[in-house]
Design a protein around this ligand. Structure first.
Ligand SMILES: NC(=O)c1ccc[n+]([C@@H]2O[C@H](COP(=O)([O-])OP(=O)(O)OC[C@H]3O[C@@H](n4cnc5c(N)ncnc54)[C@H](OP(=O)(O)O)[C@@H]3O)[C@@H](O)[C@H]2O)c1
Length: 344
């Protein structure tokens, strides 16, 4: 393992003491590090880069990753502003950040697929409290893959609503690689890029009536925007038996508004109502879709990236010391690539 920076607290004691061995816990050699902490909800100004944030012990299935870069996702800026308040408020201060690229610094006792020194990338579960905006992040083995298969083939028609965004653009490339026929909606500045990535038709949502402009009906719609009008259009453009998937499930926002006891059952009732309603009116499946990193998906991303079939444009890079500026840039919106935070 290479030398750690001076802002990292080092444990002089043996790495694995007898008690931890018995429990299957790995004592991290790193006990504290720099991290961007969210002490309260608000604008970018609430973010604090602190130097002595503790690094917990690793559980048997966990991996300590020395971060090189993380990206600023819409979920991060929304969480900063209070999205998920019902879950996260009692847990403040928390560390934002879901995805990571870096190097394995230590592994838990049962980790078999990764070893110290390996370059890795991955993503945490959306509800993780200790995020990745830190010199050292902790992810489970399943949430990482070595850097060096959505295993399906598809000859079906897919409509990606919001193909200009990071998720939509990735979905286009992954689906094209799997053999799907992909159409998309995006802003005018993204049209050329999505067509080069393999979309067969791209409609500018700011200039055209999507329902009239899009040709054909689809087996599936991935709606990354999830607004009432994109939902209506997506559902109308599906064949009978098709699948509508929105990334904007309402569970977290309803729980924030009404609390867990009322919010969660309300969300379940709304989802069920929509599922029944759309099955009768359009003969389609309706679902709320949530991100989850798994080894097969991450492996497919790695394979396609290496083959040059998956390219994620980076719009702007900031050092971690400018995390507030990075959030401001993301808040402004209409950025055609990722906003990246460097920790090295
Ligand atoms: N459910 C989950 O687990 C999950 C996981 C990841 C992301 N998400 C959510 O998915 C959304 C997209 O994430 P992202 O990382 O791709 O965001 P992003 O990179 O910021 O992209 C958002 C894009 O949406 C486009 N857009 C806005 N309104 C549109 C409309 N009416 N029709 C078509 N496109 C429109 C804009 O494209 P132009 O610039 O071309 O105008 C913008 O670039 C976010 O709300 C995020 O919170 C959910």
């Amino acid at each position: 393992m290479r030398m750690l920076k001076s802002h990292v607290g080092l444990k002089k004691a043996a790495l694995l003491d007898a008690d931890h061995k018995k429990l299957g816990f790995f004592r991290c050699i790193v006990t504290s590090c720099r991290a961007v902490v969210l002490p309260r909800f608000g604008g970018p100004e609430v973010l604090e880069l602190r130097s002595n944030v503790s690094v917990p012990d690793l559980k048997p299935n966990e991996v300590l990753v020395r971060a090189r870069a993380v990206s600023i996702n819409p979920l991060d800026t929304r969480m900063r502003a209070g999205y998920g308040r019902s879950i996260f408020e009692p847990l403040l201060p928390l560390i934002l950040g879901r995805d990571i690229s870096g190097e394995v610094a230590a592994v838990g006792a049962s980790v078999r697929s990764l070893s110290v020194g390996q370059e890795v990338f991955g993503a945490l579960h959306p509800t993780a409290v200790r995020g990745t905006y830190a010199d050292f992040a902790i992810l489970s083995e399943d949430e990482l893959t070595p850097e060096t298969s959505i295993n399906y083939t598809c000859d079906k028609g897919l409509l990606v609503v919001g193909g200009g965004g990071a998720v939509g653009f990735s979905a286009i490339q992954l689906s094209v690689a799997a053999g799907c026929h992909v159409s998309t909606t995006c802003g005018s500045q993204s049209i050329d890029r999505v067509l080069v990535a393999g979309a067969e038709q791209a409609v500018d949502y700011t200039a055209e009536d999507i329902e009239l402009a899009i040709k054909g009906k689809f087996d599936a719609v991935l709606d990354t925007i999830g607004a009432p009008d994109t939902e209506r259009i997506g559902v109308n453009l599906l064949k009978r038996g098709g699948h509508y998937m929105t990334l904007q499930g309402e569970a977290a926002s309803l729980t924030d508004r009404y609390g867990l006891a009322i919010g969660l059952p309300t969300a379940t009732a709304i989802l069920l109502k929509k599922q029944i309603q759309y099955r009768f009116s359009h003969g389609i499946d309706y679902s709320w879709t949530y991100m989850r990193a798994d080894p097969e998906g991450l492996d497919e991303i790695r394979r396609l990236s290496e083959a040059g079939k998956l390219k994620i444009p980076v719009e702007k890079t900031f050092p971690v010391t400018q995390v507030r500026e990075a959030h401001e840039a993301k808040d402004k919106g209409h950025i055609s690539g990722k906003v990246v935070l460097e920790l090295d």
